[in-house]
Design a binder for this molecule. Structure first.
Ligand SMILES: [Zn+2]
Length: 174
């Protein structure tokens, strides 16, 4: 059994054992999570946590949690290498700041939408009053028109007003 382990290890030591220059036993705790073709993973974990601490942490965990623990340690170690002062806390707080800033922008945009809708409603009714001032629909004559022709005239007037190129500005500026 030991022969087999040694033979296997001699063939391809895991990334951890290769870096530590030790024999990779058949029950090597690192071997399942630090394959030889990804040497940088163990290198950064070893640099930040130390091989014996990684070994201890893995031994203390049930096997089904070890893979997640290794992913987390590799992520944290890489973050610590990139940012020696804050590590992954730096990334977390920068992302939280982004979330806060985007939520503020979203709230402002939503408030603007509500504001625009209110302005649109008030300018629409305003234009209907304006239509009474048009030459073909003076105040006195429109009093005598039937409700349907009144509506037709005000719709027509609205079309006229909307056709003006600078109407957009007056719609949103008030
Ligand atoms: Zn190994």
């Amino acid at each position: 059994m030991k022969e087999g382990g040694r033979k296997q290890g001699a063939m391809s030591p895991c990334a951890a054992c290769k870096l530590l220059r030790r024999r990779c036993a058949h029950d090597c705790v690192f071997a399942p999570y630090f394959p030889a073709d990804e040497p940088h993973k163990f290198a950064s974990v070893h640099k930040v946590f130390g091989a014996s601490n990684v070994n201890k942490m893995l031994q203390e965990l049930p096997e089904h949690q070890r893979s997640d623990a290794v992913s987390s340690m590799v992520y944290e170690a890489n973050a610590r290498v990139r940012d020696p002062v804050y590590g992954c806390v730096g990334a977390i707080s920068s992302l939280q700041q982004q979330v806060d800033s985007l939520q503020t922008q979203l709230a402002l945009a939503q408030a603007e939408v509500v504001h625009m809708r209110m302005c649109h409603v008030s300018t629409s009714t305003h234009h209907q009053h304006k239509s009474l001032l048009l030459p073909q629909a003076s105040n006195s004559s429109s009093e005598n028109l039937s409700p349907s022709s009144k509506l037709a005239k005000s719709l027509f007037a609205m079309d006229m007003v909307v056709d003006q190129p600078n109407i957009g500005e007056s719609l949103w500026s008030s």
